[in-house]
Design a protein around this ligand. Structure first.
Ligand SMILES: [Ca+2]
Ligand SMILES: [Ca+2]
Length: 484
């Protein structure tokens, strides 16, 4: 048997970024660094220092590593050799050129590999650096999306429309996501590196980056600056001195660059659509299909009972307002499978970077399958009750009377109107309310057992509850007593 020869070789620099990046649909980032998507082969070529490459005789060993503590156990280090054919289900390499002193190689990452910065070492003599991204074009990737028009919109499009205004008059606001603009991908990776889970345990965090569920949850925490060195500081009242009014931003690029150049100090100021838009930019940059959605008459349930409690006096004036109904609220949906849940909940997952309530001790929310909200699966990860309440909560108005008695009125069907997102390939509004809930009043409406009121609609009344909701909001039509 012939002995395998360890040959010395060096890279034919640089790896063709133009060819590879174009092939991997990352060329909009530029072609000065190698940026590839997982589960898809890319090409490099080597010069051998002595002799020529002989299939079956020469040995070529590769080590791919990511993060500061690469380990095979964590999946952040992979060692592999040359195979007769490329295997796109794992890290693999194959020679694609005839024998000679130049060797053309096809290299493929595992479709389950962590995303991020990699070093690929060839023996002891060659190294290349590259960035690995999620691959929604790869059927074996958890973010796979089987529709080119949707991919063009939800991954590649840098121009968006975010709907604001009111349920009666949704107003389209143009937004530049700019996920491929110069330096943005590097900033997105820095956001991952600055997240507290990474700072505490970088090896484990880099391993977690194989999982779009994990990455999406990290982003929902890191887009706000609560608890961490996140990107945006929220402000919901007048007075935006020392910063930019949320109304003045026109895109994510300036926000991300400001955060990066100011040593990760929070950018002032964000509100829901700004938080959501930045999360959408980062998700698309990393290769997770993502869209911003707007929920009109969105409830904020602070005590997880799926009901918005409003206290009013006899005049109907609000006397306590811990819970509220926003005229609209924005969050994002990201596209991925959910192997951690029972089957049937792949697809759009809602996550919300606006800091509202803590989840597992941190201001973050989701991802939760949109379908789980529709089906009332409120035990599913993550944060199902909060999102369910945003689109479904009933309003219980408690009127404290002068004689000390209290009357209670429940309003259903008001919260969660015209849930909207930009249409694929056009600037029109797509109404996706049906993805979140069954039509009001149909038998198939799912009522989780925790909601033990408001199911019976006992009467209709012309009663209007003044002032506690914005005047543009109110159109109360169904009133019921919660006597169940
Ligand atoms: Ca945060
Ligand atoms: Ca509540």
């Amino acid at each position: 048997m012939e002995q395998i020869q360890k040959q010395k070789f060096y890279l034919n620099p640089p790896p063709s970024c133009l060819f590879n990046n174009t092939d991997h649909r990352t060329d909009l980032n530029g072609v000065d660094q190698l940026i590839v998507r997982r589960g898809q082969p890319f090409s490099i070529s080597l010069y051998l220092r002595s002799g020529s490459y002989q299939p079956g005789i020469s040995s070529l060993d590769f080590i791919a590593e990511t993060g500061p503590q690469p380990s095979e156990q964590y999946g952040t280090r992979a060692r592999f050799g040359v195979s007769p054919n490329i295997d796109t289900s794992t890290w693999s390499a194959a020679v694609t050129s005839p024998p000679g002193n130049t060797v053309a190689l096809s290299i493929c990452s595992s479709p389950k590999a962590p995303i991020g910065r990699y070093t690929l070492t060839l023996g002891q003599s060659g190294k290349i650096e590259f960035i690995l991204l999620f691959n929604p074009w790869c059927p074996a990737d958890e973010v796979y999306m089987d529709n080119e028009q949707n991919l063009a919109e939800y991954v590649l499009s840098q121009d968006g429309i975010i709907f604001r205004g009111s349920s009666k008059h949704p107003i389209p606001t143009p937004w530049n996501f700019g996920q491929f603009e110069s330096g943005i991908l590097d900033i997105c990776l820095r956001i991952l590196d600055m997240n507290p889970k990474c700072l505490r345990n970088p090896g484990k965090d880099h391993s977690g980056r194989r999982n779009p569920i994990y990455v999406t949850r990290v982003l929902s925490a890191m887009v706000n600056c609560n608890d961490d060195k996140g990107v945006l500081l929220g402000k919901w009242s007048d007075g935006y001195e020392g910063g930019v009014s949320p109304l003045f931003w026109r895109g994510s690029v300036e926000i991300l660059r400001n955060w990066d150049t100011q040593a990760c100090q929070p950018v002032r100021y964000g509100q829901c659509w700004v938080f959501a838009a930045v999360a959408c930019s980062v998700s698309r940059a990393l290769g997770i299909p993502c869209r911003v959605i707007t929920n009109f008459l969105s409830a904020h349930d602070t005590n997880s009972n799926l009901v918005i409690e409003r206290y009013v006096n006899e005049k109907g004036d609000s006397i306590q307002s811990r819970e509220m109904i926003w005229n609209y609220h924005c969050w994002v949906e990201s596209w991925m499978t959910r192997p951690d849940l029972k089957p049937g909940f792949d697809g759009w997952q809602a996550s919300d970077p606006t800091p509202q309530e803590k989840s597992e001790g941190v201001y973050c929310c989701g991802p939760i399958p949109v379908k789980a909200i529709k089906e009332g699966e409120l035990t599913f990860k993550y944060d199902a009750p909060f999102v369910f309440a945003e689109v479904n909560a009933d309003i219980v108005t408690l009127m404290k009377k002068k004689d000390g008695s209290t009357s209670e009125v429940t309003t259903t069907g008001l919260v969660g109107q015209k849930i909207s997102t930009k249409s694929v390939g056009s600037d029109t509004r797509e109404d996706i309310t049906h993805l979140y809930k069954y039509p009001e009043g149909t038998e198939s409406v799912k009522h989780p057992s925790a909601v033990n009121c408001c199911i019976k609609k006992l009467c209709f009344s012309a009663l209007h509850l003044p002032t506690f909701l914005n005047s543009c909001i109110i159109s109360l039509c169904s009133i019921c007593s919660n006597t169940l």
